[in-house]
Ligand binder design. Sequence first.
Ligand code: HEM
Ligand SMILES: CC(C)=CCC/C(C)=C/CC/C(C)=C/COP(=O)(O)OP(=O)(O)O
Length: 298
Amino acid sequence: MKIAALDAARASRLRAFYVLTKPRVNTLIVFCAVIGMFLAVPDGLPNALTVFAATVGIACVAGAAAAMNCLIEQQIDARMTRTRARPLPRGELSPTEVLLFAGVLGGFGLTLLHQAVNPLTMWLTLATFVGYAVVYTVLLKPRTPQNIVIGGASGAMPPVLGWAAVSGEVSADALLLFLIIFAWTPPHFWALALYRTADYARAGLPMLPVTHGAEFTRLSVLLYTLILFGVTLLPFATRMSGALYLGVAVALGLQFIRYAWRLFRDYSDALARRTFRFSIAYLFGLFGALLVDHYLRW
Ligand code: HEM
Ligand SMILES: CC(C)=CCC/C(C)=C/CC/C(C)=C/COP(=O)(O)OP(=O)(O)O
């Protein structure tokens, strides 16, 4: 009986560490990095060991960045309905444990990238970590409603990291992939912020719907969705990708614009929630199409 209770306590602590790494968000982050690795090889497949080490390394550093964000924002998280069940506000883990966990996980990831991938990828991943855990979380998020536009630069880095891991350089094509996620982030986040405005206001965070109101935010979502549509045409325009990619990008893009237009004209929290969920399926679909198109043209 006692042993069973101990096992359950250990399992729940392990689970708490896992939750700290924001595994669902980071699944898409790592997915985009892996696609970047495959697209970096003009014809053929990337080296399997490099792909494996880079994937594990980037995932570990991204998990460490998420844990640092949870550590820095524990008081804020305690005030928001969406985040108050996280391990720190619930008291499941101590701040020291979280700091150690982030240090070990991030240190392992960076060492792996340096030793088994290349130093460029390690430095770019470290810069992405600092961009999210320090520049976005500490400096921008509590200060300006443009926090996620500027901070989005670190979220847009994963395909660049993947590209650098396999090719040892950052090419113009990799920067196109960066631009796609950079333009995608505002509609992704502001759709959520629209139906979580009360949460952000309670936490004292200057998110766009809190500082500029719902209507301005809905207009901003629509404008960024249009910009995103234009940006997603660039891989085809530069011949990086072919007709299959173009077809998927246009179909997904029109659907995103439809969501954003309806959100602008006829707002409801349910629609904002659906738009947010669609934004995630959209990015999975778009990056999936880049990969399939790459190998069909090969
Ligand atoms: C500054 C940039 C970003 C901000 C502020 C942001 C914000 C958020 C927030 C607040 C959530 C809800 C998380 C939760 O309830 O636990 C979320 C969910 C999510 N985000 Fe983002 N995001 C950003 C960038 C990204 C990027 C770059 C990706 C992937 C490439 C991404 C993928 C996801 C996914 C997959 C979810 C769904 C998680 C779930 O189902 O629980 N986000 N995002
Ligand atoms: C090293 C590497 C690849 C790092 C990538 C990490 C990264 C840039 C993630 C951005 C996506 C993310 C977790 C946003 C959450 O926003 P938030 O922190 O405002 O959300 P919250 O309110 O749920 O805490």
